[in-house]
Design a protein around this ligand. Structure first.
Ligand code: PGA
Length: 249
């Protein structure tokens, strides 16, 4: 059985006191025990959030990390730094990192390899732009993102991989992929993993959907057989909405 996961990507939002308030609301909420819940705060709040969630079943992940061990990389944060805040999971390859901070497939595979070496689990994001979807190039595009990054990994490394399919045109726009569009891409990705590695591995990998997941659409999206959860941006900043989304399974 694949893990069901709902991760909240808080992006660059919330002061420490706003985060404390959100955490208090989440800690006081009920989540189904079979769903893994993850929150992804900013770098400066990783330690604070980890500490506060220690005796709960909510996990914490970082939104990014650098590939180098240490050194002259002003403004960056390493795998070891993340681990020293108690964090063992990171998002990598989010479309905002790719488009706004020029993170290429080559940079991303370096990051993923560092994470794997450090035993950090990776939520690896892929997804096409609107133009690719309109020109019906979306499958090819996502395939090339995978082939140039995590498909370069040996099979053993996949123990620590979660995939998030996030069509860029649906992120923060209020527009979502339809449940059928999400299912179609998730199945496509799973079949690619099966062809590249094997069916058992493909069956074991959680593939999350991201892009304007809200309480009113989560149920239909999560009901699809190849959708194993969500990577939620905007709606994860509101405890009530986030809790509703987790409970939509
Ligand atoms: P959104 O963001 O839910 O606000 O669209 C999703 C994401 O970027 O992970």
């Amino acid at each position: 059985m694949r893990n069901k996961i709902v991760a909240g990507n808080w992006k660059m939002n919330n002061s420490n006191s706003e985060t404390n308030k959100l955490l208090n609301e989440l800690i006081g909420s009920r989540f189904p025990s079979e769903i893994r819940v993850i929150v992804c705060p900013s770098f400066t709040q990783l330690g604070l959030v980890h500490e506060k969630l220690q005796n709960t079943n909510i996990d914490v992940a970082s939104q990014n990390m650098h590939f180098a061990d240490q050194g002259a990389f002003t403004g960056e944060i390493s795998a070891k730094m993340i681990k020293s805040s108690g964090i063992l999971t990171t998002i990598l390859g989010h479309s905002e990192r790719r488009s706004l901070f020029n993170e290429t497939d080559e940079i991303l595979i370096n990051k993923v390899e560092t994470a794997i070496t450090e035993n950090i689990e990776v939520i690896f994001c892929v997804g096409e732009e609107l133009n690719d979807r309109k020109s019906k190039n979306h499958f090819k595009f996502v395939q090339s993102q995978l082939e140039n990054s995590i498909f370069l990994l040996p099979k053993e490394s996949w123990l620590n991989i979660i995939i998030a399919y996030e069509p860029v045109w649906a992120i923060g726009t209020g527009e979502t992929a339809s449940p059928d569009q999400a299912q179609e891409m998730h199945l496509f990705i799973r079949n690619l993993i099966s062809e590249k590695y094997d069916g058992a591995l493909a069956d074991s990998i959680s593939i999350l959907y991201g892009g304007s997941v809200k309480p009113n659409n989560a149920f239909e999206i999560f009901a699809k057989p190849d959708v194993d959860g969500g990577l939620v941006g905007g709606a994860s900043l509101n405890a009530e909405d986030f809790v509703k989304i987790v409970n939509a399974f």
